[in-house]
Write a protein that binds this ligand. Structure first.
Ligand code: HEM
Length: 388
């Protein structure tokens, strides 16, 4: 029986600030160490990181590896590890597994499938156009990370869910607090987001929030329903916010994009940005429910396991085919269709309506930061002018 190599001195969970084009040494080092690597976990003890694509898909489909924090190593502090409550305490897509998870997915799936999302295309392009046009009318230089990348996905989500758009600022504020290290900040942010989710659930609710309520089993409590809506808002905002920054920075990297290409090339830009800069660099934590063998290594029960999405996506020896930006297996991102449409819409509107848009600092001076843990990086600022 092998032992997965232990990488001493490499901390994949540390907070960083880096220039946008600066290579990330951590994922390359993990990949070079082997298909399964041990590191120190932020909440104590060892964690096992999967760096190989085939092994990752095996892990993401293995019913013996659970997302339920109930299986976290004994003694792990929930806050330090960035874990949700257990599935028994707070059932959610991200903590349930097996048939109960599949039932909850079935209730959500038709709301966000390709056909439903395609039908929203004009509306989503309209939201991107309106927000960018208002910003361009307001001032010459705009920081898109401050004024667009958070508001745009939130506006789309609230609009889809049937939550009044007056709540966008409150939702943006709560999403920022979710990333704060201040004691109590996350709890108050979850409370704010679950509370505003309720405003899509009135008797006359026309959006996806009311539709989800009607599709869930009758025993679902109001609190559970609001938490499911919170999960959609938070998961949908955090990732898309960061992806928008990287996408627009790359779209404008070579100066005004007057001649940039058609729908096909916007799709390619979105795909490549997500592959090379996945907003979720790792999956969420998973835990072995029993002793198992992975890549010839024996893992004990309650071993914490992660998949290195970024390392696998950027492997120079990667085989062609789908990447892992949206995960794989039963927990594959339920918002993948929506996210890709939002990104394509932003890039298309920028190209069509603002052909003279350009960065006001050199591309290489753009800085990205991560607060550490499993969080991906986000540009600190993205200063642009939208007109010449
Ligand atoms: C570029 C944007 C996005 C990226 C890169 C992304 C990435 C991911 C990844 C990697 C997972 C799987 C995590 C794991 O297996 O541990 C996931 C799950 C999930 N995503 Fe996304 N996501 C994005 C946008 C969205 C949007 C817009 C929504 C909501 C509308 C959303 C809602 C969710 C939910 C609810 C899950 C949990 C699904 C489950 O466990 O069954 N995501 N996402």
């Amino acid at each position: 029986m092998l032992n997965a190599p232990y990488l001493d001195g490499i901390d994949p969970f540390v907070a960083t600030v880096r220039a946008i084009a600066e290579p990330d040494p951590v994922h390359a080092a993990l990949r070079a160490a082997g298909p399964l690597v041990q590191v120190d976990a932020p909440a104590g003890g060892r964690a096992w990181i999967v760096t190989d694509s085939a092994l990752a898909r095996e892990v993401l489909n293995d019913p013996r590896i659970s997302k339920d924090p109930a299986f976290a190593p004994p003694g792990w502090d929930r806050c330090t590890a960035g874990l949700e409550q257990t599935a028994a305490e707070q059932p959610s897509l991200t903590t349930l597994d097996g048939p109960v998870h599949a039932d909850l997915r079935r209730a959500h799936a038709p709301l966000l499938n390709a056909q439903r999302i395609r039908a929203q295309s004009d509306r989503i392009h309209g939201i991107a156009r309106k927000l960018l046009t208002e910003l361009a009318a307001d001032r010459t230089e705009i920081d898109l990370m401050a004024d667009f990348t958070t508001r745009y996905p939130l506006t789309v989500l609230l609009d889809l869910l049937g939550i009044p758009l007056d709540y966008v600022d409150r939702a943006a504020d709560a999403c920022r607090r979710m990333l704060s290290n201040q004691p109590g900040a996350q709890g108050s942010a979850i409370a704010a987001l679950t509370e505003l989710a309720a405003s899509g659930l009135g008797d006359n609710g026309q959006g996806l929030a009311a539709e989800l309520r009607d599709r869930l089993p009758a025993h679902t409590t109001q609190e559970e329903l609001q938490y499911h809506l919170f999960a959609l808002i938070f998961a949908g905002q955090l990732t898309t916010d960061s992806a928008l920054g990287t996408l627009i920075a790359h779209a404008l990297a070579d100066g005004p994009h007057r001649n940039s290409a058609d729908e096909g090339s916007v799709g390619e830009l979105v795909r490549e940005t997500l592959r090379q800069h996945p907003p979720a660099p790792f999956t969420l934590w998973r835990f072995t429910t029993t002793e198992i063998e992975l890549a010839g290594t024996r893992l004990p029960a309650r071993a914490p396991v992660l998949v290195d999405i970024r390392g696998i996506n950027t492997d120079p020896d990667r085989s062609p085919g789908p990447d892992l930006a949206f995960g794989a297996g039963p927990h594959f991102c339920i918002g993948a269709q929506l996210a890709q449409l939002e990104l394509r819409a932003a890039a298309t509107v920028l190209r069509a309506d603002f052909p003279d848009a350009r960065l006001t600092v050199p591309f290489t001076e753009l800085q990205q930061t991560t607060i550490g843990g499993l969080q991906g990086s986000r540009l600190i600022a993205l200063p642009v002018t939208l007109h010449s």
